[in-house]
Write a new protein. Structure first.
Length: 463
């Protein structure tokens, strides 16, 4: 009888369950330990719930801004726009039901592949032993995929009722009347925009000059203009010092002494890795600021222990977590593997409009780190965008000056998360703007702006 490689995966989120599927298909004996539920926080409390909520808010935004398309709603004060309201109880029920259904589907798939699922808290006793519920599991290979948890700002501790982190939103019985969102990164921008479209009055507290300070500046500018036009109050260069309840209200105190009052406060001030108390240091795994140190094949400083996902601090995206997990198992089980290439990662911000990116950034080009030619086409010039009433956004494309090889791009548009795939393929396969330009795009379509941008960069004399 051939001995099977025993693999224990701590954490059932994307990094964990994607790794488990690969390992099982390669013939390993796989156990996944998860304390909350299969799918982890990504499926149960974070990514899936937030994007489900955002799907409703986007529909609300489209309907409420449809007057220019000839769509009229009765019940509004002017008889044109109005009559729309959200039933947050039904929205939150749908959010939770969908999350549970997704968790069930993943569990069924793991069971089909004969992956063993153990519910409980896990810790490393040594590099080859994982203890769960006082039972020792022997492991030839261990994968740490424990994720991360919302960071708590001292003086602004969530109470689950008026002061909230994003995992507590889906227990709200009613739509917040006046929501203060502290933090203008991806999560803050997504949820601030969502609740604004659902009907809340929203104040976004940003410690920087603009929202989305680490993202493409042109994209952030478009999104901030949309938020302001829709009535959001954006407080730039404003850092929260504390949050307290006052009856049925919350008061956010800023570092300069100003106070902002609302009905609820949502804290979106980053993530902290779930790496404490699970025996990593005892097993010899090195950490950096609490995150597990890994190389490009997801290996830690201990040869048989790998890590994937948010606990590594490597681009906190579900897609990256899944790829890290798959790479870990391919490497551990002796399969051919290509190291993780962050330059190939496509990312999306699920605001309205969405912001999708891949490859090199405008900042890298502006700093001189990368030499590239650039073109940016406004979305309102696209015929399909005109037909659908989309005016906000653009397609930006970067290529090498000498060869025309596509280096990356930015898309700000409805469903940019779907449109970015074409650019992702171009970046990964080293396609030239000529090749993209000669690819047929449907007319009319938003994707036609990608081929049009490529045609703009087709300057034979520059090659």
């Amino acid at each position: 009888m051939v001995d099977m490689t025993r693999i224990v995966i701590i954490g059932g989120g994307p990094g964990g369950y994607e790794a488990a599927l690969v390992a099982a298909q390669l013939g390993a004996d796989v156990t996944v330990v998860e304390r909350e539920g299969v799918g982890g926080a990504c499926v149960l409390t974070d990514c899936v719930p937030s994007k489900t909520l955002i799907a409703t808010s986007t529909r609300m935004a489209v309907l409420s801004e449809s007057a220019s398309l000839g769509v009229r709603f009765n019940g509004g004060p002017d008889g044109i726009v109005g009559g729309l309201e959200v039933d947050l109880g039904l929205v939150n029920k749908r959010v939770k039901d969908l999350a549970r259904a997704q968790s069930f589907d993943i569990s069924e798939r793991l069971a089909y592949e004969d992956v063993r699922i153990v519910r409980g808290e896990a810790r490393l006793t040594d590099p080859h032993t994982v203890t769960v519920n006082d039972t020792d599991l022997a492991a030839d290979v261990v994968l740490i995929a424990t994720g991360a948890t919302p960071r708590v700002l001292p003086g602004a501790e969530p109470d689950g009722e008026r002061i909230l982190n994003w995992r507590q939103l889906y227990d709200l019985p009613e739509l917040p009347e006046e929501l203060i969102v502290v933090g203008s990164g991806v999560t803050g921008a997504e949820l601030a925009g969502a609740y604004l479209s659902l009907g809340s009055k929203v104040t976004l507290v940003s410690s920087r000059d603009r929202i989305l300070p680490t993202e493409d500046a042109d994209a952030a500018s478009v999104l901030q203009e949309v938020f302001l036009r829709r009535g959001m109050n954006v407080l730039s260069r404003s850092r929260a010092a504390g949050v307290r309840r006052s009856g049925d209200s919350v008061i956010v105190t800023l570092e300069d002494g100003r106070k902002v009052e609302g009905s609820h406060c949502l804290m979106t001030v980053g993530m902290e890795p779930n790496t404490r108390g699970i025996g990593l240091e005892k097993a010899g795994v090195q950490l950096s600021r609490g995150f597990v140190k890994v190389d490009k094949v997801s290996r830690t400083t201990v040869s048989n222990i790998y890590a994937a996902g948010d606990c590594t601090g490597v681009m906190m995206l579900a897609s990256v977590a899944g790829m890290q997990g798959r790479i870990a198992m391919w490497h551990a089980l002796g399969e051919a593997v290509q190291p993780l290439k962050l330059g190939w990662v496509a990312a999306n911000i699920f605001t309205d409009p969405e912001v999708a990116t891949v490859g090199v950034t405008q900042k890298m080009i502006d700093s001189g780190e990368v030499n590239a030619r650039t073109v940016m086409l406004p979305l309102f010039s696209n015929p399909r965008a005109k037909m659908q009433g989309f005016e906000d956004g653009f397609v930006k494309l970067f290529c090498r000056p000498s060869t025309g090889i596509v280096l990356g791009g930015v898309i700000v548009a409805p469903r940019a998360s779907e449109l970015i795939l074409g650019l992702s393929i171009a970046v990964q396969q080293h396609l030239t703007v000529d090749q993209v330009a000669h690819t047929f795009a449907v007319y009319p379509s938003l994707s036609g702006s990608i081929t049009e941008a490529s045609r703009r960069l087709m300057q034979e004399s520059a090659y």
